[in-house]
Design a protein around this ligand. Structure first.
Ligand code: SF4
Ligand code: SF4
Length: 323
């Protein structure tokens, strides 16, 4: 089937109707694409989401017409998981399992980093890349480790491309990933509600509903979101087969993604991959609602701070020094 055949099929098929919060009018994913194009300017938008302007061959009709994830019944979700498993088998020759562990009732996750311990080695970035089936071509990760001069706190001035031995005497290291904000600007700007905050505080993205307009990327003050410019390439023997629908499944080209606190692990009682990989013990993760958790010990015993507090995003991500 050609891309044109695919587009024709879509035009003759019924579309799911959505009420878009920003436009305040009934609309579909397709009208949302047009509206976003008008706002951005056709050339800029076409460049940004060209893979989606005409539906590419690698997007099936079923995938394009899938309802919003939150509206799917459990049975429909299982069908979607089965379809994605089968498509991965056909495309990449790998057997995977897709699940969607729900938030654990009463749990709200928080993460903290001890900046006195982090030495900038980058093991967390590498672990995130492997765990989360990131595109290998650009060695993508949801974490950026900033190298900053001691005595400064401006994350915008951090060097993320250092290539020398670490740690340097006059520098310190600050890993930054999605801060899972309680007041997330990335969620409010999304014109189709493809991203939302779950009960345990994790902000998720439905890669099947995302239209690739990149509004959320522009809205995030922490540069935490990534856009899939290319069809992700991962050697078959490196694919992590344990995949979450809202987390580490292989994402389609033209969609947005971000750190999800490894929800396919953490909602099953495991720790985030980046924490397990950290050789210095700088990372602390846990349930903010549990007074006995490690994360609460940090909040109660250390002078923690959050990044860009003045913006009112209310991060669930904290930083501290030993002294
Ligand atoms: S850090 Fe950025 S991507 Fe993450 S919740 Fe906050 S605004 Fe959204
Ligand atoms: S919690 Fe998981 S997804 Fe988030 S940065 Fe760490 S490894 Fe990546």
């Amino acid at each position: 089937m050609t891309a044109d055949d695919n587009a024709d099929l879509h035009q003759s098929s019924p579309e799911p109707s959505r009420l878009l919060p920003i436009l305040n009018q009934p609309a579909t994913r397709r009208t949302a694409l047009k509206a976003a194009g008008a706002a951005l300017g056709l050339a800029a938008f076409g460049k940004a989401v060209s893979p989606l302007w005409s539906i590419p061959e690698n997007v099936s009709v079923d995938e394009f017409l899938q309802q919003h994830y939150k509206e799917l019944s459990d049975t429909d979700k299982q069908k979607v998981f089965a379809r994605l498993e089968s498509e991965t088998q056909q495309k990449l020759g790998v057997e995977i399992t897709i699940s969607d562990p729900p938030p654990i009732p009463g749990v709200r996750y928080g993460y903290a980093i001890n900046l006195s311990k982090c030495n900038g080695n980058g093991a967390c970035m590498e672990a995130c890349n492997k765990e989360n089936n990131h595109h290998r071509g650009v060695q993508q990760s949801y974490i950026r480790v900033l190298e900053l001069p001691k005595g400064t706190m401006d994350m915008e001035a951090g060097n993320t491309t250092y290539d020398h031995t670490v740690p340097q005497d006059d520098k310190y290291y600050m890993p930054v990933q999605c801060q899972q904000c309680d007041n997330p600007p990335c969620v409010t700007v999304c014109p189709v509600e493809a991203t939302w905050k779950e009960e345990d505080g994790i902000v998720v993205v439905d890669y099947n509903w995302c239209i690739g307009c990149r509004y959320c990327e522009a809205a995030c003050p922490y540069h935490a979101r990534r856009f899939n410019w290319e069809e992700p390439e991962i050697p078959s023997d490196e694919i992590n087969p344990d995949q979450g629908y809202l987390s580490n499944r292989v994402r389609p080209q033209g969609t947005m993604e971000k750190c999800h606190f490894c929800l396919h692990r953490t909602r099953e009682g495991r720790l985030p991959a980046c924490l397990e990989a950290c050789p210095t013990g700088a990372r602390v993760f846990g349930d903010l609602n549990d007074p006995e958790s490690n994360i609460n010990w940090v909040l109660q015993n250390k002078r923690v701070f959050v990044l860009k507090e003045e913006l009112g995003t209310q991060p669930s991500f904290f930083y501290f020094f030993d002294s």
